[in-house]
Each structure stands twice: as C-alpha cells, then as structure tokens.
Ligand binder design. Structure first.
Ligand SMILES: Cc1cc2nc3c(=O)[nH]c(=O)nc-3n(C[C@H](O)[C@H](O)[C@H](O)COP(=O)(O)OP(=O)(O)OC[C@H]3O[C@@H](n4cnc5c(N)ncnc54)[C@H](O)[C@@H]3O)c2cc1C
Length: 504
C-alpha cells in the first residue's frame, strides 16, 4: 500500500514537471528552451521530419534557399535564449547588421537604396523623390516613440491579464494614445506627411511584414519601419535557417526531446483539464501542453469538444504568399540581398489580395538573394533567387491557374525592370503556395502571420497565450498574441514562460 502511494506521488511529481510542446516552429523551440531552463522535462512533438516550421530551407544541386523568413529584426530576442542558458551565442550564430535593408525599383527606372542608417536613408529619399530629408527623420523619430509607447503593452506582455493594465507603461500609452496613431490607417498617416508616391509606397510596404493591408491597418504599424531603420535589419551567417540549427543545438544540450514525424491528433481533455495528447490513436499522458500549432486549426482539428472562438474567425486572415525558388546561372550586380520591384498601383494590388482574394496582374515582386551575403548558397558565378509575391490566403481559388498567370507576370516584370530575359537563366525551380504552406505548417488557410492587423482592434483580438477554458493549455507562436514574425513568435514564448512562474 505504502509502495503504491509512493509510486502515485512520484508519478504525479513527474507529470507536474513534464511539459509537451506541439510543434517545433521557432516559437515551439523557444518555449521548450525556456521551460527546460526552469527545470521542466520538455518533449516536443513535431509532425514533420524536420524542425523550423515556416522557417525552413531547401538544399539542391549546390544551391541553398531559405524558404520562409528572410529578414530578421530584434536579433536580441534570439540571443536572449542563449544568454538564459549561460552560453555565448557567438559560438552558435553570427549576425551581421545590413548597411542597406532593401533596394527598391520603380517602373520609371528610379532605384532607391533603403540605407539602414537613418541620415543616409533620408538623404537618399530626398535625392530620389520630392520628399524632404527632415520629414523622413521626423517620421522615423515618431515611429520610435510609437514603439516605446506600445511595445511593453502590445508585444512583451500578455494583453489578457488584468494586472498588466495597471503597469506604468500601459498607463503612459493610454495617456499618449494620440501619438500611438491608432485612429488613422498607415496610408492616411504616410500620405499626410509625404507627397511622393514612391516614399509613401516604401513606408506602406511595412504593413506586409505582418500580412496586413496598409490601406486598412492602423498607422501604429509604422513601428515596423522604426525597427528596421533605427534598430537595424540583420542576416545570419549560413542563412536564416542557421537560427533554427543553433536552437536545435541548444535543445540538444538541454536534453530536450524532439519527436519528429509525430502528428498530434488531439489534445485530450477531461473536465476542462488537459490530460494528454493523442498520437497514432494512443494517448500520451501530460497535464501541461504548450501548443505552437496555428490556433484556429488547433481548435478545428485538435480540440473536438471546443468551438473556435468567434472573435478569431471574424477577423481577417493575414495574406499568404507565392514563392518561386530559382537557381539562376549568372550574377546580377544590380541586385542587392533584398530587392523590391514595386507595382504601379499599390492600392489595387491590396484590393485584389484582401477584397477580390485574387492576384493582381502587376504584383510587387520581392527578390531575396542570400548568396549575395552567404557565398556558399550558390555555385560560383550563380545566384539563389527567392522570388515572392503577396497573395490572398487559400479560399480554394484555382491556384494552378493563378500560379501559371503570376509566373508569367513576374517574369515580364523582371525582364522589363532588369532588361533581361530571365527565363533563360532559370536552371531549376521549386514553388511554395498558400496550399503547400498550409499542408507543411498547418497554418490556417496558408496565412503567413495568423490573423491580419487590418483593424484597429486586431491587437486585442488575438488569442491569449493561455486557454481560459482548458486548464494546462498554453499557446505560443505567430498566430496568437502578440502576433506573427520571428521576434513576436519569440516574444509569445517569453510570455508563456512567465506564466509558468505563476501557474506552477
Ligand atoms: C514565406 C514566408 C516569409 C516570411 N518572412 C518573414 C520575415 O522575413 N521575417 C519574419 O520575422 N517572419 C517572416 N515570416 C513569418 C515567420 O516565419 C513566422 O511568423 C514564424 O516562423 C512562425 O513561427 P511559429 O513558432 O508560429 O511556428 P510555425 O513556423 O508556424 O511552426 C509550427 C510548427 O508546428 C508543427 N505542427 C503543426 N501542427 C502539428 C501537429 N498537429 N502535430 C505536431 N506538429 C504540428 C508544424 O509542422 C510546424 O513545424 C515569413 C513566413 C513565411 C511562410
């Protein structure tokens, strides 16, 4: 009898210190590291045979492509994980701050270098457009203030814990709500200050960094240009995927178990408490689960007894993408690491994406060439092109037809902007589209960033980092608070880990 009680006690103790994480996206890896450092025994279940989720890579015939994220801001959110583990991140990763974050091309032949350094960038805008250097500097300064007023409220703390509303940063944000610029759209704010369509287009583009529409999203999102120009944009040696590799090394050193090819079929609950995970029709016992899978698909597929909250499905999803990974058999000195070939009608492009749910015939084309920085990403004299356009999320459009048409439109545009016949230089091709994004990562409808920020209330309508219905269930990653993109997915993991201090 005594032995049975001791065994029961030990089992309860073991269960209370063990945590399951669903998904090895960057958010899943980060929460696993944070909880392991707090003494929890962590097991990650990943449905794919690889980690990283949207942050992945393709290696093919001497070419390497990052398949998802290409630009990193706030690298300190990655570095912090190594610091917590008392490791020097430089033993795992090397970040370089970019001197120019993007090269912009327009159909009239204008080229604008978005230098990271604000003064130089403002001078470039003043030289190439009718806008003033002082206005650019004032704009970047005001965006810095917006960031200072909002980041503690909207990014680094839970919006769903009442006590956070009494913090001095929140009260300060509320007092200065006018400077947060939540009541105008990005486009309204940007076209009030700037006069030149080219400048407005550059700053409106930042809405796409979380899959939103600048003609609907609040001007608060202008904080993104602050991060890129005042704080800096970075590239990692070995490409973006090296971030995942370094986190996997850290997981390994912390003895975090990662079970690949493990598709979780259900989060099993009893009396509104987590009791385990169903996998291959068997139940593995856990009373604490952190879910890194897209939140809407989690409700739809893993929680059969719970309805997707209406506030989630009533929000507009973020945009998706169509990406061609082209092995190119020559060099293009005119192109930089990040390049944008702008549409002539930006408004129409967004109307197509968010209203028509189609792809505009003159899309803005983004070309990321990591081999400009990582020479080993392509054979000598060649380049690895990641060619992306923003698209609507998947609503069962005729994607094969859309891909075929868009490929032709993209090639026509590249040929006219770069004065080439690019088809001649493509030696191989891979494609990612909204359907395959959903299949590979379980992202609802293939949206890149969960729900969009197309309404001034969006920040308040993201799913919390915990379930208020199911005890023992937590959420991290780009589809929940504070939102999509690497730094925010990492911030969500930090918020969840702080909840463990209190809950356990
Ligand atoms: C094309 C593209 C470009 C992007 N560009 C940028 C950029 O430049 N900068 C930036 O910061 N961000 C960018 N992003 C967004 C960024 O990639 C994401 O916000 C971030 O990677 C999301 O991480 P996550 O933690 O939410 O997990 P995800 O990457 O969504 O991973 C979730 C993981 O869960 C696993 N999973 C799902 N369901 C199950 C299940 N039932 N059982 C087990 N495992 C499961 C999936 O296989 C996956 O590995 C881009 C995304 C894409 C796709």
């Amino acid at each position: 009898m005594l032995l049975l009680s001791v065994n029961l006690f030990l089992n309860t103790l073991r269960m209370s210190k063990s945590v399951a994480v669903i998904g090895a996206g960057i958010g899943g890896l980060a929460i696993a590291i944070r909880l392991s450092l707090k003494g929890y025994q962590v097991t990650i279940f990943e449905k794919n045979s690889y980690a990283g989720g949207k942050l992945n890579q393709i290696e093919k015939d001497g070419f390497r492509f990052d398949t998802g994220p290409s630009l990193l801001t706030l690298p300190e959110s990655v570095i912090e994980l190594f610091e917590l583990a008392k490791k020097d991140y430089r033993d795992y990763l090397e970040f370089t701050k970019l001197s120019s974050t993007c090269k912009y091309f327009y159909s009239d032949g204008t080229e604008i270098n978005a230098y990271s350094e604000p003064e130089k960038f403002a001078e470039e805008i003043a030289e190439k457009t009718s806008d003033k250097k002082s206005d650019v500097l004032m704009f970047l300064d005001s965006n810095k203030r917006k960031y200072q007023l909002t980041s503690e409220i909207f990014i680094f703390n839970s919006l769903h814990k009442i006590k956070n509303y009494f913090k001095k940063e929140v009260i300060n944000g509320i007092i200065n709500i006018k400077d947060v610029d939540v009541f105008r759209t990005m486009n309204q704010a940007n076209s009030t200050l700037f006069h030149d369509k080219k400048t407005i287009q550059i700053f409106n583009r930042y809405a796409t960094y979380n899959g939103s529409n600048p003609y609907k999203a609040p001007a608060t999102l202008n904080i993104i240009s602050h991060l890129e120009h005042n704080e800096g944009a970075y590239i990692a040696k070995g490409g973006m995927y090296s971030i995942i590799k370094s986190l996997l090394d850290l997981c390994n050193q912390l003895s975090i178990k990662i079970e690949y090819n493990s598709n979780i079929e259900e989060i099993v609950t009893k009396n509104n408490k987590v009791i385990g995970l169903k996998i291959d029709n068997k139940i593995k016992e856990f009373n604490t689960v952190v879910n890194n899978m897209d939140v809407i698909n989690t409700y739809k597929k893993l929680l059969p007894n719970y309805k997707v909250p209406n506030y989630l499905t009533n929000q507009e999803g973020s945009s998706s993408a169509l990406i061609f990974y082209w092995s190119i058999n020559r060099n293009f000195p005119k192109l930089d690491l990040h390049n944008i070939l702008f549409s002539d009608n930006y408004k129409k492009e967004f109307d197509y994406i968010f209203t028509e749910k189609e792809i505009y015939k003159d899309p803005t084309v983004y070309i990321y060439i990591s081999s400009k920085y990582n020479k080993s990403d392509a054979p000598d004299g060649m380049e690895n092109w990641f060619v992306m356009i923003n698209t609507p999320y998947n609503e069962d459009q005729d994607w094969d037809k859309l891909i075929d048409q868009s490929r032709k439109n993209i090639i026509k545009k590249i040929n006219s902007f770069l004065k080439v016949d690019i088809e001649q230089n493509i030696i191989s091709e891979e494609i990612l589209d909204p359907r395959s994004i959903e299949t590979k990562t379980s992202s609802y409808r293939g949206s890149l960033y969960g729900n969009s920020s197309n309404s001034k209330f969006s920040a308040f309508l993201r799913h919390p980092n915990f379930s208020n219905k199911i005890k023992g269930l937590f959420f991290c990653g780009g589809s929940v608070h504070p939102g999509g993109g690497i730094p925010l997915a990492l911030a969500s993991a930090k918020i969840v880990s702080q909840m463990f201090d209190k809950n356990h």
